[in-house]
Design a protein around this ligand. Structure first.
Ligand SMILES: [Zn+2]
Length: 412
């Protein structure tokens, strides 16, 4: 289903089962802290999100997995927190691109959109998006699904600038803060800190450390809290003819999959390179987690997602990518060697797996998991500004040392 809907003033549309908890925190409407709600059961479910202003929106369904996606101009959105109920598993919201906000609702079962309307602010209530869902069959759901709109292109000003031949021949390093916008990444178990905040702050610090050497051109794949697809990140590195891509993450293990005990035991940094076959099961799980973020943000379906290079098996066989593979492995090894006294590493710090973001054709690329947001001790470090300053500096020095040695001894 795809419908352009205008805000309606039908406040009466709220039904009795919906309980709104409003906590007035300040006089301004934008400052009202509210708890958005989900009501109903596994046959019919109502979803309410609070928005900072009444805007036009677009709603559509996506399959694999079942999702409802709502796009609107940039708006502050509050979706129901915590676990879903009825037909709704969970929901999230955030920036999909500059000026464009998105809500994604994960469904527990195929559902039909019975009603979707945006109610303007009224009395003490902020504007709110009300969606009524009814259980349907898999077949009917699929019939309602149209091709999703293409992922918005990232702000190309940076990569375009990097592409311009300014005569600057300094090595170009692309720094990639994992996640962003509607894709929060992993969430810290103790503090609820989203991975996207940890990676962004760390990358800004790493970028200024490397820029301070005046030896490199630096490009960040995102410079604000915005969603950028994995392929666009990789493409940015290819277009910029980067000498190195460093993707920064801080993931979490799933206690349901590995048990609480593993969460306590598994910690420390890991540096990954691209490989068709994962080096081990844990690397495989982490890569799968990372690779599904585009699907979760509603920009691609698992079966149809395009890849940067056609077939990873074949790209790794061609010469350019053999060089890429060797350089990536060499830098991963070098960084661990130079940082291990200063940063807590995982017991197996160097691993490889099929990470989509690392498929930048011909560009040496590493993905650094700074630690695990699922581990209490790691989380304390990851959320510490001081730790991020120290470790980004240590990493910057190690990258600089590697690049300097390479330039001095090995022709690039
Ligand atoms: Zn991540």
């Amino acid at each position: 289903m795809e419908t352009g809907l205008r805000p309606s003033s039908a406040f009466a549309a709220f039904s009795a089962f919906l309980v709104l908890v409003l906590i007035m925190s300040a006089a301004r409407a934008e400052d009202i802290v509210v708890s958005a709600q989900i009501g109903g059961d596994s046959q019919r479910t109502r979803f309410v999100a609070f928005v900072s202003k009444a805007v036009e929106f677009r709603i559509f369904s996506m399959a694999d997995p079942y999702r409802i996606v709502i796009d609107m101009p940039e708006t502050d959105i509050q979706v129901p927190g915590g676990k879903g109920r009825g037909l709704i598993l969970s929901s999230r919201s955030g920036l999909l691109a500059p000026g464009k906000s998105r809500i994604v609702i994960d469904l527990a079962a195929p559902a039909r959109i019975e009603k979707a309307e945006l109610l303007p602010p009224e009395n003490d209530l902020p504007a709110r998006l009300v969606i009524d869902l009814a259980r349907t069959t898999h077949k009917t759901f699929l019939a309602s699904v149209k091709a999703p709109p293409p992922a918005p292109k990232p702000d190309e000003s940076q990569s375009a600038a990097a592409n311009l031949d300014t005569g600057d021949r300094r090595p170009l390093i692309v720094i990639d803060p994992g996640h962003g916008g509607i894709d929060a990444g992993a969430i810290g178990r103790a503090t609820n800190t989203p991975e996207k905040e940890v990676t962004f702050d760390f990358c800004k610090k790493l970028a200024s450390k490397l820029e301070a050497t005046a030896r490199y051109r630096i490009v960040m794949t995102r410079t604000s809290d915005v969603f950028v697809s994995l392929d666009d990140r990789a493409v940015m590195a290819v277009k910029a003819k980067a000498d190195l891509l460093i993707s920064i993450h801080a993931d979490a293990l799933d206690p349901k999959r590995l048990g609480i005990k593993a969460l306590k035991e598994v910690r420390g940094g890991t540096i990954y390179t691209l490989s068709e076959e994962a080096s081990d099961e844990q690397a495989n799980v982490i890569a799968q987690n990372e690779n599904k973020v585009d699907v979760q943000a509603g920009v691609a379906s698992e079966q149809t997602a395009p890849v940067v290079s056609e077939e990873i098996a074949s790209i790794l066989n061609d010469l350019e990518n053999r060089i890429k593979k060797n350089r990536s492995t060499a830098i991963a090894h070098y960084l661990i060697d130079h940082m291990k006294g200063k940063m807590k590493f995982n017991i197996r710090p160097q691993r490889s797996a099929n990470f989509r973001v690392l498929k930048a054709h011909g560009v040496p690329a590493i993905l650094i998991e700074l630690g695990y947001l699922s581990n209490e001790d790691d989380e304390k470090l990851l959320i510490s500004e001081e730790w991020r300053t120290t470790i980004s500096s240590v990493l910057g020095e190690a990258v600089n040392a590697f690049m300097s040695e390479r330039q001095a001894h090995i022709p690039l």
